[in-house]
Design a protein around this ligand. Structure first.
Ligand SMILES: NC(=O)c1ccc[n+]([C@@H]2O[C@H](COP(=O)([O-])OP(=O)(O)OC[C@H]3O[C@@H](n4cnc5c(N)ncnc54)[C@H](O)[C@@H]3O)[C@@H](O)[C@H]2O)c1
Length: 255
């Protein structure tokens, strides 16, 4: 039986890039996304063309009922969860100076990126703990953080704070779940070409051209998918609670 990978926010963008890579690796992908599947049918068809057993569930990681229904659907259908990729995330609807940030925007961004990820992880981890070990581990959890964990953007502070929280969430679950045979990693994309960065596409293209980071090109969803694939493999079994930057070297401090 194929291993089961749950990917939140897998209808498009980075989440789809990850799902595609994992399906090509031999996983069955179970997608949880708030988007209607029909709006991104072509992407889902790209998964089922490789593995017809993939599933799509429309729901939100912020909603307890949706999370629970989704996980029970996955377990009813496949009997297990081997990988959880916490990818679903949002940017603020409007970029605003931190002095003008609204409580609504804070709740929306932190409620999705941190609170949603927290309780999705808890649910999936409880399921993984019920499962037998497969070789050196029982499961893998990968959280999609961001360069914004440490890079300050004062016009989207709620996003930076939410991703800084994901860093500690990764640390906490890595610590707690190691004894359960579940390894927890974080991947920090830099600037990736997706719908999320559409609004700043021209600005970032110019900055990249001018040398914003050492590898002078946009990152693509498959760049992130390839790294997630490695972390989920059996090659990383003595590693937990770390992060990997997938950012063209953006994190390097330069003179
Ligand atoms: N694009 C970048 O440059 C970049 C950089 C660093 C980190 N990230 C992170 O990568 C992840 C994916 O971002 P992306 O660029 O592909 O963005 P995107 O907007 O293209 O995709 C995000 C996906 O998550 C889904 N989603 C959002 N909220 C959800 C919810 N409550 N429940 C279920 N699904 C939900 C969306 O419907 C969408 O399919 C996010 O966590 C984002 O913060 C992106």
């Amino acid at each position: 039986m194929k291993k089961i990978a749950v990917i939140t926010g897998g209808s498009r963008g980075i989440g789809y890039g990850i799902a595609k890579r994992l399906v090509e690796d031999g996983y069955t992908a179970a997608i949880l996304d708030k988007n209607d599947r029909k709006d991104y049918q072509e992407n889902f068809d790209g998964l089922t063309a490789v593995n017809p057993d993939c599933m799509y569930f429309q729901g939100s990681i912020t909603d307890k009922k949706d999370r629970e229904e989704f996980v029970s659907c996955v377990v009813r259908r496949y009997g297990r969860i081997d990988v959880l990729v916490n990818n679903a995330g949002v940017a603020p609807k409007v970029r605003t100076d931190i002095l003008d940030m609204t409580e609504e925007s804070f709740d929306y961004v932190v409620g999705t990126n941190l609170r949603g990820t927290m309780f999705m992880t808890q649910l999936a981890a409880r399921q993984m703990i019920k499962q037998p070990w497969e070789g050196a581990k029982r499961g893998t959890i990968v959280n999609i953080g961001s360069a914004s964990t440490t890079v300050s953007s004062t016009n989207r502070g709620e996003y930076c704070m939410s991703k800084a929280g994901v860093f500690m969430l990764t640390t906490l679950f890595a610590d707690r779940l190691a004894e359960e045979g579940i390894l927890v990693h974080e991947v920090r994309p830099g600037v990736i070409d997706t719908d999320m960065t559409k609004v700043v596409h021209d600005k970032y293209s110019k900055m990249i051209e001018e040398g914003l980071f050492p590898i002078k090109r946009w990152g693509y969803p498959e760049d992130v998918g390839n790294v997630v694939s490695l972390l989920c493999s059996d090659r990383f079994v003595y590693t937990t609670g770390n992060y990997i930057d997938v950012d063209g070297g953006f994190h390097i401090r330069r003179m």
